[in-house]
Write a protein that binds this ligand. Structure first.
Ligand code: N01
Length: 545
């Protein structure tokens, strides 16, 4: 905007060029014929797969399922090479889709949205980038992703550290060499486990700094054959319907005919003998991926069953890691399912290498960083580089880091200070016409995120089309419907392991963040049913004007 000119006016502005934003742009621009513009902070599309380009980054949903289903052409044309795709391939897929659908002309990169302000009189939003450029639109889609806002704890002395510092969630674009270097990886969530396994073969010395031992299973990754890809392409519609009927909108298993699908075992872990239980757990372990979740019905809902899974994993660590003290420190102690299960390749095995050492921050807490390295209660470690794999201000952080001002100037960050309030995890009262993709209180990261995004985008698109048909200018959820949704979110999470640990699903990984269940735990089909029912009722829970 120059010399007081009014900002460009569009029908819809979309924030974020990850899979949610890409689909929203295609659906609203080409499906509904709206004048849509997408803004993204990066220099290209891909969202989380654009930023998280650390060595070893890989998806934990199978590639044939972690892809768009809305276009048969897209499904037919992209060749996935591995059961679990690595970051460069997923980024290539995002770029392929943008190219194939000619979306780039409606995208503005290097554009970090700093604020979004509702103009009551004009009934539209003004989005302003950090460099002052601004756009206006009646509708806004915040496709900012559940895991975008990186979290770097305030470690004492970190500013004194003279070596290289990285965060997995904001990895540099130029190649980084760790050859001949002493490297510390801090954090053993999915990112830390992946990056340390990748660096173990390169770094001269690798220290893995772990506070809480995680639950880790082998990914069981392998190349995908042409026959397997062809099978999925041929049965695309039928398979998607099967997957989408699962709570996570995935089958957690490879596809016929290459391997039979490992069926969910319809039995409680408490209903079998120890020998039978071990045999089932072993089969799931050998199968890899999330098969362990399906080994028994109640691993994620009954603490006794959950602990049996933890015990099984403790035994696996002891089998793999040769040094008993390291094995004991790595073995999980908490309830299975309280944190996201981690799929790994070679993580436990690398501790048998002479250049890899575990630094157990639980026994010997981190005291500070120094100019030359870091110090725990057990001594000083000299390192050349530190890789922080300390996670994200998940689900709400990517929204609250933008100054979003709704009716009467109310701030979304302030409104959510004690936990997010939404209806259907899609809209918030007081913030009209602003939709969230993959936001808090939706299925988002508890399901195949691409499928979850697609379902929400389809819902918004239908909703916007209906509002335009009816001549509705503004819509926002009613307070009563929003409060009811909040109660449902809490109720569903109650019996689940998700509510019983200090995890990012609860915001418990961020000091000072209000503890609140941030996701819809009832499963993708139930979530979709709630959304569809609202549309079928004619959007009665919304105030329309
Ligand atoms: O982050 P995390 P992530 N002192 O929050 C530690 C997705 N993802 O980036 O457990 C010491 O899980 C923290 O320790 P503790 C996936 O959904 C997917 O790894 O709090 N340690 C923990 O070990 C995943 O769940 C893929 O004791 C501190 C780690 O940092 C989500 O992203 C790949 C600390 C953070 O783990 C987030 O994963 C990557 C402190 N002050 C990511 N603060 C795949 O698809 C934090 N930690 C495979």
């Amino acid at each position: 905007m120059a010399g007081g000119e009014a900002p460009e006016l569009r029908d819809v502005l979309i924030v974020g060029a990850g899979f949610g934003g890409i689909h929203a742009l295609a659906r609203l621009r080409d499906g509904l014929g709206l004048d849509a513009l997408l803004l993204d902070a990066g220099a290209g599309p891909g969202g989380t797969w654009y930023w998280n380009r650390y060595p070893g980054a890989r998806c934990d949903v199978e590639s044939l399922q972690y892809s768009f289903s809305f276009s048969d052409a897209l499904q037919q044309e992209f060749d996935w090479t591995e059961r679990f795709a690595a970051q460069p391939e997923i980024l290539r897929y995002a770029e392929f889709v943008v190219d194939r659908l000619d979306l780039a002309r409606s995208m503005r990169f290097d554009t970090r949205v700093a604020s979004a302000v509702w103009d009551e009189d004009a009934a539209c939003w003004t989005l302003t980038a950090s460099d002052g450029r601004a756009w206006r639109a009646r509708w806004v889609i915040m496709a900012t992703g559940p895991l975008f806002a990186t979290h770097l704890p305030d470690f004492p002395g970190l500013k004194d550290f003279a070596g290289e510092v990285y965060h997995t969630g904001a990895w540099p674009h130029e190649p980084v060499s760790f050859a001949g270097k002493r490297v510390a990886v801090l954090g053993t969530g999915s990112s830390g486990v992946q990056v340390s396994a990748a660096l173990a073969g390169e770094a001269e010395q690798l220290y893995v700094l772990q506070r809480t031992p995680a639950h880790i299973v082998p990914a069981g990754n392998r190349p995908l054959g042409a026959a397997e890809r062809a099978e999925v392409r041929a049965r695309h519609g039928e398979l998607r319907a099967q997957w989408n009927a699962q709570p996570g909108a995935v089958m957690y298993a490879s596809l016929p005919p290459a391997e039979p699908v490992l069926p969910a075992n319809p039995v409680s872990a408490l209903a079998v003998t120890p020998e039978e239980r071990k045999a089932v757990f072993e089969r799931a372990w050998a199968y890899g991926g999330y098969a362990l979740h399906r080994a028994f019905t109640d691993l994620l809902t009954d603490e006794r069953s959950s602990m049996l899974a933890t015990e099984f994993l403790r035994g696996k660590v002891a089998e793999i890691v040769k040094d008993p003290a390291t094995a004991e420190a790595l073995a999980p102690r908490t309830l299975y399912g309280t944190k996201r299960l981690i799929l790994a390749t070679g993580f436990y095995e690398m501790f048998n290498q002479p250049n890899v050492a575990l630094v157990d921050l639980y026994r010997h807490p981190l005291k500070r960083f120094t100019k030359a390295g870091f110090e725990t209660e057990n001594g000083h470690y000299a390192v050349d580089a530190v890789v922080f794999a300390t996670g994200f201000d998940a689900l709400t952080g990517s929204l609250t880091r933008i100054d979003i001002r709704g009716r009467g100037g109310r701030s979304l960050k302030d409104e959510w200070a004690r936990g997010p309030h939404t209806y259907l995890g899609m809209m918030t009262a007081g913030f009209p016409n602003l939709f969230m993709v993959g936001g808090p209180q939706s299925c988002s990261a508890l399901a195949n995120v691409i499928t979850a995004n697609e379902q929400q985008v389809e819902w918004f698109a239908e909703c916007i089309a209906e509002m335009e048909r009816r001549g509705v200018t503004t819509m926002e959820p009613g307070e009563a419907a929003q409060a009811e949704w909040g109660r449902l979110i809490d109720e569903l999470a109650g019996p689940s392991m998700v509510a019983k640990g200090d995890n990012w699903y609860l915001g418990a990984n961020i000091p000072g963040k209000a503890r609140a269940i941030l996701l819809f735990v009832g499963g993708f089909p139930a979530y979709k049913a709630h959304c569809d029912a609202e549309a079928a009722r004619g959007y009665r829970s919304f105030a329309l004007a």
